[in-house]
Design a protein around this ligand. Structure first.
Ligand code: NAD
Length: 486
């Protein structure tokens, strides 16, 4: 798929003056009410679908340049995700956007006649900030939800995937309604300008009531999330935060060790482990450690028959991330039992496992967000559960490979955004299943119906018929005669 003839403009940050113009434009467009029309939304969703189809060669090439992603991975984990989200929400939009009448038991029988219902209102003009590891999927899938819900949006791709950021800008400006959907490219200054946006509304600012975005949808790390949430608090702007964490995996002697090794290793090869939900440390029952490591080595050989260097493995995004991951390996007191090859020039890093003996190890203390992971021998499942709850009480994902009872015990006693039992990533794979964190791994969820809901206000409406007056007279003053009866 990679061809030299594909031109991608060099990365350029959006001029700061243009940033405020774009923000004001999408806010004004929302107030025209035209994005509330269902047919209009469907047209934009179809346009986005076909844009992604038509721009597949450019997107694929940009993903190769930024992350060395293979055409197969780009299609499977980026492009198809967005296309499937468009198709799903197009097929469900009429149903999702329809008013929901409220009937008993959702309303007491006495209020049944009051015509209570839930309307689905778009939140307004929203800001979507993406991360670098799945730069197409993580930016466009929330945008699909925002369009379906009837919101306008500014999207900010990650500058760490600069080629993708430029293709996304060209594609969106080429195909979508630019008054409603705008792209801002850049890093901290541009994102700060976006976070500082104030919407004066139609009549100008009301003192003490400064307004910003109707929602900020942020995907990225925890430390920047704190900046985003603090800025949002100034304008009481709601946030959806899709973050990461130190995701544990549990392997007991009741697991199929060979299969567990294969599936866990796969979770570290996809996107070269630069996946928010990839396992960070694997706690293996002590008497199974050797067999598990042998399983990893066998799976590694099968996936990389000519060595990982000569494979289709994605590369680390840039020198900064390469140095960050390498430092974890340099500082570990553990022993490398799998992989270990890397090349700073090409940003290649092999899936690498380190056998550690303490949770204080650099390999457990930080989120690797790369192809490296640690194996920590544990005496039994209860001690693994204790460790997981100390290391990170609310990871984004967890993986448990044990008996049915053991897996259930892990689910009951360790919290996480999502979980796959006997596998990696399965809970985050179908595009119709909601995806989100809990506690420090995030707040809110999207994908499937949740993508519509996350940008929608469920507005309760009542429509009281005049004939109900006879029933309602009980609510009016004076109360004396009613109180006398109490
Ligand atoms: P990041 O937080 O560094 O960057 C994310 C976005 O924030 C980028 O668009 C960037 O331009 C912007 N940003 C960076 N610094 C900023 C600042 N000081 N002020 C304002 N904006 C700023 O995250 P990343 O490195 O792109 O992604 C890695 C992290 O994201 C990992 O922790 C990973 O687990 C998490 N992640 C979570 C999900 C999820 O769906 N839950 C998906 C992918 C990545």
């Amino acid at each position: 798929m990679a061809t030299k003839s594909i031109d991608i403009a060099p990365f350029q940050a959006t001029d700061l003056k243009a940033v405020s113009v774009k923000c004001a434009q999408v806010a004004t467009t929302f107030r025209t009410n035209r994005t509330k029309d269902l047919e209009w939304r469907k047209v934009q969703l179809r346009k986005l679908y076909w844009a992604v189809v038509d721009y597949t060669p450019q997107l694929s090439e940009a993903l190769r340049r930024d992350l060395n992603k293979s055409a197969f991975e780009s299609m499977l984990t980026e492009i198809d995700f967005v296309k499937n989200d468009c198709l799903f929400l197009l097929s469900q939009l009429d149903k999702l956007a329809r008013d929901e009448p409220l009937r008993p038991p959702d309303v007491p029988l006495t209020f049944y006649a009051a015509g209570l219902r839930t309307r689905k209102e778009p939140l307004g003009a929203v800001l979507i900030i993406g991360a670098y590891n799945y730069p197409v999927n993580l930016l466009l899938c929330p945008l699909v939800g925002a369009i379906a819900a009837g919101c306008t949006a500014v999207v900010k791709p990650s500058e760490v995937a600069p080629n993708v950021a430029m293709v996304l800008k060209e594609m969106i400006e080429d195909r979508l309604d630019n008054d409603a959907y705008a792209v801002v490219n850049g890093a901290v200054p541009e994102t700060t300008a976006l976070l500082d946006f104030r919407d004066p509304g139609e009549l100008g600012e009301i003192e003490g009531e400064e307004r910003g975005w109707a929602k900020i949808f942020y995907t990225g790390g925890r430390s920047v999330a704190r900046i985003v949430a603090t800025k949002a608090a100034a304008t009481l702007t709601p946030v959806t935060l899709e973050l990461g964490g130190r995701n544990p995996a549990f392997v007991t002697s009741n697991a199929n060790l060979e299969l567990a090794a294969r599936r866990l290793l796969w979770g570290k090869t996809m996107g070269a482990g630069q996946v928010c939900m990839s396992a960070n440390y694997i706690m293996v029952q002590r008497n199974c450690v050797d067999t598990f490591i042998k399983g990893l080595q066998a799976a590694h050989k099968k996936s990389f028959p000519n060595g990982a260097r000569n494979s289709e493995l994605a590369h680390i995004a840039n020198e900064r991330h390469f140095a960050r991951i390498k430092k974890m390996l340099d500082e570990t007191k553990g022993r490398i039992v799998l992989g270990g090859e890397m090349d700073e020039k090409t940003l290649f890093m092999e899936p690498t496992a380190v056998l550690v003996n303490s949770t204080d190890d650099s390999m457990i203390q930080q989120e690797s967000f790369g192809p490296i992971f640690s194996i920590l021998p544990v005496d039994n499942l209860p001690s693994a559960i204790r460790i997981a709850n100390q290391v990170d009480p609310t990871p984004l994902a967890l993986y448990s490979f044990g008996s049915k009872e053991e897996n259930e015990k892990v689910l009951r006693e360790v919290n996480s955004g999502g979980a796959s039992l006997n596998d990696s990533f399965m809970h985050g794979t179908p595009n119709t299943v909601s995806f989100g964190g809990v506690g420090h791994s995030g707040t809110g969820a999207y994908r499937g119906r949740a993508s519509f809901d996350v940008f929608t206000h469920r507005r309760s409406v009542a429509e009281t018929p005049s004939w109900m007056e006879g029933l309602l007279r009980v609510r009016y003053m004076p109360y004396d005669w009613k109180q006398r009866r109490m």
